[in-house]
Every structure is written in C-alpha cells, then in structure tokens.
Design a protein around this ligand. Structure first.
Ligand SMILES: Nc1ccn([C@@H]2O[C@H](COP(=O)(O)O)[C@@H](O)[C@H]2O)c(=O)n1
Ligand SMILES: C[C@@]1(CO)OP(=O)(O)OP(=O)(O)OC[C@H]1O
Length: 158
C-alpha cells in the first residue's frame, strides 16, 4: 500500500466561478487559477501523485500550457487516475478538508464526494470531504483564499 498527502491554496477574486470538487457553488467570488482552480480536486490529485512518487500537478499539467486554461480539474483527476492504474494501484480511501471561512459548504459536500468518487472510480464510502473555517484567523479567515488538504491510501489492484 502507498500513502500520499496533498495541499493547495487559491486566491478568492471577483468575476470567477467557485468550483470545489466539481461542484459550482453560488458565491460572490471564485478562485483564481490557470485551470478552474478547483482547490479541493488539486489537493486530491497531489495526494494521489505523491502516493506514487510521481511529482505534483504542476509537473503533469504546467500552468503555462494553454491546453489547461480554464480546464475542469475533474478532467485532470481522471488523467491522474490513469497514472495510478498504470502503477497497479486503486483507491483505498481518501480524506480531504477544505479550509474556507465562507461560503457555508455543508450543503455541497455530498455532491463533491459523489463527483470525486466517480472520477476516482471508487465507492463514495471511500471518499471523505470535510470543511472548516479558521475562526477568522489567517488568509483563509480573512477571506483572501481557500485552502485544501488531502490524504490518500492506495491499495494494489488484485
Ligand atoms: N466553509 C465552511 C466551513 C465550515 N463548515 C461547517 O461548519 C462546521 C463548523 O466549522 P468550524 O470551523 O467552526 O469548526 C464544520 O465542521 C463544517 O461542517 C461549512 O459548512 N463550511
Ligand atoms: C492546474 C494548473 C494547470 O492548469 O493550474 P492552476 O489552476 O493555476 O493550479 P495550481 O494549483 O496553481 O497548479 C497546477 C497547475 O499547473
């Protein structure tokens, strides 16, 4: 078995959509990035790549490549899963946390889990997504950005 950790942060800005775990969340701001800036899916991908010692998402999907401009991070996740499969590995479980002062994410968590599970070809029971504020502290607490962390366990395909 292999374990991996992922962490990512994107800035909150005007005139961008807020997409987390492939879910479009109604909010006055969205995340800035070259792709759709889905910070949760980015943390999940970095955990998956890390578990296989395959580098990080910047290595696989460079942010100076026009091919990836505004791309759905769920599409990138599917590509990462192809690499995991080539290594003879599959998802054991993944646990993720989104660090965001606003908006309230609880209503969208189940849809995020479902999207991630579908892209990762695993049962939703293997996918945990949680959210926390920082009680107003730090850059997330000031509403300057949103962070996400993920830890994944990969198991051999039998
Ligand atoms: N953006 C967020 C942040 C948190 N939640 C939910 O609220 C609970 C309490 O948050 P604390 O930071 O005070 O621990 C948390 O456990 C989440 O369920 C949320 O929905 N959206
Ligand atoms: C996903 C990629 C590629 O479009 O761009 P961003 O959306 O800017 O995300 P980031 O986490 O900064 O780095 C990975 C990138 O190369």
């Amino acid at each position: 078995m292999r374990i991996g950790i992922g962490y990512d942060v994107h800035a909150l800005v005007e005139k961008r959509q807020l997409i987390l775990g492939g879910v479009r969340i109604p909010y006055s701001q969205g995340l800035q990035g070259h792709s759709d800036a889905d910070v949760l899916t980015h943390a999940a991908m970095d955990a998956l790549l890390g578990a296989c010692a395959l580098g990080d998402i910047g290595k696989h999907f460079p942010d100076d490549d026009e091919k990836y401009r505004d791309i759905s991070s769920m599409e990138l996740l599917k590509e990462v899963m192809g690499l995991i499969g080539q290594k003879g590995l599959t998802i054991g479980n993944i646990d993720c946390i989104i660090i965001a002062q606003k908006p309230k994410l609880a209503p969208y968590i189940e849809d995020m889990r479902a999207n991630l599970a579908l892209a990762m070809k695993t049962d939703i029971a293997n996918v945990s997504v949680k959210a926390t504020t920082t009680e107003g502290l730090g850059f997330e607490g000031r509403g300057e950005g949103i962070g996400a962390q993920a830890v994944v366990l990969l198991l051999p395909v039998f």
